[in-house]
Design a protein around this ligand. Structure first.
Ligand SMILES: Nc1ncnc2c1ncn2[C@@H]1O[C@H](COP(=O)(O)OP(=O)(O)OP(=O)(O)O)[C@@H](O)[C@H]1O
Ligand SMILES: [Mg+2]
Length: 321
């Protein structure tokens, strides 16, 4: 897109490294794929021809049902695909091509350029390392901080995610609540002041009240810092609250893209329409008062003005603003 894009994904493909891709679903053993599927299906990639960009300060969403390729796409951006999977096409992160790049070129990008928050904080954190040390790691590695300066910065980052109690820095992850753990994972992701934050279902594992607090926190952090946000979720209410523009994935391909309000109000693709209808039906069922319209405008308090989906009620929480 433009010269200033922070992230530019062009024609991203992801396939099993032997070129087969997923035939019966990626979980099926190679033998089953061999025997059961015609060659053209066996070569179907897991993600194909995906293109999108994120400018500094922009908020972009990837939505789609389970298995549509959201997580793999986000992992491919930083060259973090699991062993056995291969990316093709082009991903430029702050101008650096990451597809096919050696790890030595990608490592300096992870932290200062792109930070990542995952769905399940326990998998992102080291269970045997105190919280303060984990938050300090990117500060040591990327900013070169040591000693008292490091300790002060760790306390500052923890305060930014509203973990002010100094005892928390000395705690181990299992000693914290789920919401506190996700705050720590966010602290680790933002410590080196990344220009892009990638959040892959960051609240799905949390209960609804805590979800709302964490979304408020992410919302505030990216707004204050002008961070670009790539936000991944299957929950349309959450996506409408957090992003301005979305790309809808199905079966590894983008079926629709556009401003989040327009897509929720008037989905053009039948699959998107189905996702929206489903979210409205769920919302109505939880509310007991019928379906609602999408978010009214792109400027007001996010999510409190009629977002579809189960979180619409919880969105009125102003706790962290
Ligand atoms: N290591 C792997 N090897 C082979 N196939 C994989 C691997 N990891 C994921 N897949 C397959 O790739 C497809 C996309 O997976 P991905 O995890 O990106 O989905 P997702 O959209 O994030 O789903 P969810 O909403 O459940 O998190 C799925 O069919 C999945 O089974
Ligand atoms: Mg996923």
């Amino acid at each position: 897109m433009t010269a200033e894009a922070l992230l530019e994904v062009r024609g991203l493909g992801i396939a099993v490294a032997d070129g087969r891709g997923a035939a019966e679903g990626a979980g099926s053993p190679p033998a089953a794929r061999e025997a059961g599927s015609p060659p053209e299906r066996a070569h179907r990639p897991l993600v194909r021809d995906l293109s999108f960009s994120v400018a500094p300060g922009e908020r972009v969403g990837l939505i789609g049902e389970s298995g549509s390729g959201k997580s793999l796409s986000s992992l491919a951006i930083q060259g973090l695909l699991p062993a056995g999977l291969e990316a093709s096409g082009s991903v430029r992160l702050a101008g650096v091509e990451t597809v096919g790049a050696p790890d030595a070129r990608l490592r300096p990008l992870r932290g200062p350029v792109a930070g990542m928050v995952f769905q399940e904080p326990m998998t992102a954190l080291d269970p045997l390392m105190r919280v303060g040390r984990q938050v300090g790691e990117p500060l040591r590695r990327h900013l070169g901080l040591r000693g008292a300066e490091l300790a002060r910065s760790v306390a500052e980052v923890l305060a930014e995610v509203r973990l002010e109690d100094p005892r928390l820095a000395r705690a181990y992850p299992h000693e914290l609540s789920g919401g506190q753990r996700q705050r720590v994972a966010i602290a680790v992701a933002i410590a080196a002041r990344p220009r892009l934050l990638i959040a892959d279902e960051p609240t799905t594992a949390l209960d609804v009240t805590v979800q709302s607090e964490i979304l408020d926190l992410l919302d505030r952090l990216v707004a204050e810092r002008g961070t670009g946000l790539l936000f991944i979720s299957h929950d349309l209410a959450v996506v409408s609250r957090m992003t301005d523009r979305v790309h809808v994935l199905r079966g590894g391909a983008c079926v629709e893209e556009g401003p989040v309000d327009a897509i929720l109000r008037e989905p053009r693709d039948p699959y998107t329409a189905q996702l929206v209808a489903h979210a409205r039906a769920l919302d109505a069922a939880l509310d007991g008062d019928g379906p609602r319209g999408p978010r009214g405008d792109g400027t007001g308090a996010r999510g409190s003005d009629g977002a579809v989906g189960p979180l619409a009620e919880a969105d009125t929480d102003e706790g962290e603003r």
